[in-house]
Every structure is written in structure tokens, then in C-alpha cells.
Design a protein around this ligand. Structure first.
Ligand code: NAD
Length: 379
């Protein structure tokens, strides 16, 4: 399967970036949306981003112009997918909308065209089933912003053959991104399966152990090698995104996440984080603000329950043959910016101590906390 022509459906936050990185790699790209005003805004964003690369001397003006001209914005769907080898769908995360988009799409797309969804929370197999080509369907999960984030999770659905997975891995490499294959279509894939439950666990630690948000965040940053605190990261990501991911994941697998009511509460109060000026923390102005975190504050919080939560979910991924330790570490480094491998952190805390902590949490708070057999074997 050779890919030359790519159509991106949806020109929003993700779609315009995916179009740009594909065009930068030399693909002919059609960017499709439902109204001209969305396309105009998307092309403006592409231009802004290319101008920035020119000013940083990462691209020449001529190269930037060529990249820009390789993206054709279009509204008509049939025209958008003419001669298209790969469709990357990045329309809003609503199953009913995705279903509608795929039913329109398959009536006009060539039968050999590959479909890839950029969904972050919906199971690939469920989306694939809504189409007439689950064997030409795959998940390709870019991170925001696609122009900068190197990681792309590639997720085959139940019926995706290995050649399609390989084609997608080759495509991801060709656009200078780092693919990590999520070998099974599990809720949260790899990164969100570690990240989202950790936000909830941090809220439980705050409630049960009486640590403050700053103490917990300082420990996460300075003891676990995160680029920022976990509550900070939640506010940065958006509580709406976390809320949606929580529901999608928890409705399919109770073992992955122990939902803390604080997330529901913040979401219902429209405290969605940085973008609304309030979330776990309060913010003023729309510019990204950092919270005061320090090694001193980190000293007053032992984050073993956070390490236990993170490593237990990572171990689950290994035990269930979704991924392996080096690939999980790569995904967390590139997708979340975690500087220190989590299995190294866990070793420092001691697998024996982690298993003991999980067993005592399980005794007190239920089987969610039962340690994965892999951790027992690493003691
Ligand atoms: N924003 C993120 O951080 C992020 C990260 C990874 C994955 N994702 C996933 O990417 C997808 C898109 O998210 P987003 O944040 O870019 O959304 P967005 O709302 O910014 O953009 C979606 C775009 O799709 C357009 N659209 C709606 N119906 C359409 C149709 N029928 N055909 C073509 N375009 C249509 C909308 O007009 C809009 O421009 C979702 O599945 C989301 O879960 C988002």
C-alpha cells in the first residue's frame, strides 16, 4: 500500500496540525470541514505555524510556501476523497457524529482507501464496526499540538490486518513522528491508561492522606520526573477532556480507573482548567501560568500511592500483551514528557513496598487496587 494523497476530515485543533505535518513530509493533503469559515481559520493557523518555523529558521520561506500550497481546503466530501489513499478523521469526539461521518464517507471513498481515526477515547473496533471496511480501519492517535508532539499511538482494531498496521507505522515515521503500537484496542490505549487514572488517584491521595495539591504536585514533579504536577497537567489538558475520557474508559473497564467525585464536580461547575480560568487551581489571564512548586514542598509528600497506581496500570498493559516496558516508557516520555522511566522510579520505591501498599489499599478500598501479577514477580 503506497500513500501519496491524504485527506484529513475536520480542520480543528488536531486536524489542521495533522494536515500540516503530512504536507511538510510531501504528501498532497486535502483538509475537509463543513463550513468555509472553519477552513479559513485552519489555514490561518497553518500559516501562523509555518511563519513561526521560518522565523526560527527551521524551514525556508520557499519550503513553507510549498507546504502551504500542498494543503487544499475543501467542503465537498466526494471531491475531498477523490484519489485519496488515506483518510485521517479528526471530527469531534461524539460517537453518533463519527458514525454519520463514516457512513457519508464510505459512500464516496474508493473501496481501497484506508480509514484512520484520531479518537482519543473511543474504541477503534467500535468505530470500525460502523463502517463497511473494518479490515481497512485503524486508530492513529496524535497528541496536541501535532506540529510539536512526537508521539503517535497506532492502534489496530480487532479486524485490522498487520499490513495495514505496518502501512500506518511507515506513514507515521515518514511524517517524522515516533509511532508506538498499542497492540490491543484497550480503553485509554497506552498514555491515557496511565495518565487519566493518575489524576483520580491524586485526588484520592489528597482526600485520604491530607496532602495539599501543591505538595502532591511538587512530589510528582520533583520525585517522579513529570514536567509539571498532575493537577497542573489535568488543568492544562482540560477537565472536559478528562471527564469524557473517564466516562469512556470506566464504562468499558472498571479495573482501569477508580473515579474520584472531584472530577465530576469540577466538570459540572464548568471549572475546566486553564481555559476557563479555574480548575483544580485558579488562574488569571489566558496566558499559561505555572503553579509554584518546589523540592521543599515535595519533601512533605510520599507519592508511593501514585507510583503504585501508575505502575499497576503499566504492568496491566504488559501482562495483557498490549505493550512492553520499553514501548510504554517511550510513550510516556514522548506523550507526557515524563523524564524518568516509571519502572526505574518504581524500583527506587521498591516493588516489594509497592505491592504491600496496593494490598493494603485493596483491603481498605476494594479490588481496584489489587496488584498485577507482573509486580508480584518483580519483587
Ligand atoms: N484536542 C486534543 O487535545 C486531542 C488530542 C488527541 C486526539 N483528539 C481527538 O481528535 C478529534 C478531533 O478533536 P479536536 O480537538 O481537533 O476537535 P475540534 O472541535 O477542534 O475540531 C473538529 C473539527 O471537525 C469539524 N467537523 C465537524 N463535523 C465534520 C464533518 N462531518 N466533516 C468534517 N469536519 C467536521 C468541526 O467543524 C471542527 O472544525 C477527536 O476525536 C478528539 O478526541 C483531540
Amino acid at each position: 500500500m503506497t500513500i501519496k494523497n491524504v485527506t484529513v476530515l475536520g480542520s480543528g485543533i488536531m486536524g489542521h496540525g495533522i494536515a500540516q505535518v503530512s504536507a511538510t513530509a510531501g504528501y498532497n493533503v486535502v483538509l475537509r470541514d463543513i463550513e468555509q469559515k472553519f477552513l479559513d481559520k485552519a489555514m490561518e493557523r497553518v500559516k501562523w505555524s509555518l511563519d513561526k518555523l521560518v522565523s526560527k529558521q527551521k524551514l525556508s520561506q520557499e519550503e513553507a510556501d510549498q507546504v502551504y500550497s500542498r494543503i487544499t481546503p475543501k467542503i465537498d466530501l466526494a471531491e475531498s476523497v477523490k484519489n485519496c489513499d488515506l483518510v485521517i478523521e479528526a471530527v469531534p469526539e461524539i460517537m453518533e457524529l463519527k458514525k454519520k461521518v463514516y457512513s457519508e464517507l464510505e459512500s464516496v471513498a474508493d473501496k481501497n482507501t484506508l480509514f484512520a481515526t484520531n479518537t482519543s477515547t473511543l474504541p477503534i473496533t467500535e468505530v470500525a464496526k460502523t463502517t463497511n471496511r473494518p479490515e481497512k480501519f485503524i486508530g492513529v492517535h496524535f497528541f496536541n499540538p501535532p506540529q510539536i508532539m512526537k508521539l503517535v499511538e497506532v492502534i489496530p482494531g480487532e479486524k485490522t490486518p498487520s499490513e495495514v498496521t505496518q502501512t500506518m507505522v511507515d506513514f507515521v515515521k515518514s511524517i517524522k513522528k515516533e509511532p508506538v503500537i498499542c497492540k490491543k484496542d484497550v480503553p485509554g490505549f497506552i498514555v491515557n491508561r496511565i495518565f487519566i487514572p493518575l489524576v483520580h488517584e491524586a485526588a484520592w491521595v489528597m482526600q485520604r492522606e491530607g496532602a495539599t495539591m501543591q505538595q502532591i504536585d511538587s512530589a510528582v514533579k520533583f520525585k517522579l520526573g513529570f514536567p509539571m504536577g498532575i493537577f497542573e497537567l489535568a488543568d492544562f489538558t482540560g477537565l472536559d477532556v478528562i471527564h469524557k475520557a473517564t466516562h469512556e474508559m470506566h464504562s468499558r473497564d472498571k479495573k482501569v480507573i477508580n473515579p474520584h467525585p472531584k472530577i465530576e464536580e469540577l466538570y459540572n461547575d464548568k471549572k475546566l482548567g486553564q481555559k476557563t480560568g479555574s480548575g483544580f487551581y485558579e488562574y488569571s489571564g489566558d496566558k499559561y501560568q505555572r503553579i509554584e512548586l518546589s523540592e521543599h514542598l515535595a519533601g512533605s509528600c510520599n507519592p508511593i500511592h501514585l507510583v503504585a497506581n501508575m505502575i499497576n496500570n503499566a504492568a496491566w498493559l504488559v501482562t495483557n500483551k498490549v505493550s512492553d516496558i520499553p514501548e510504554i516508557e517511550k510513550a510516556l516520555r514522548l506523550g507526557m514528557g515524563i523524564k524518568k522511566p516509571i519502572f526505574e522510579t518504581a524500583k527506587e520505591f521498591g516493588f516489594e513496598n509497592i505491592v504491600t501498599s496496593l494490598l493494603s489499599l485493596a483491603k481498605e478500598h476494594g479490588q481496584f487496587y489489587e496488584p498485577d501479577p507482573l509486580l508480584e514477580s518483580m519483587k
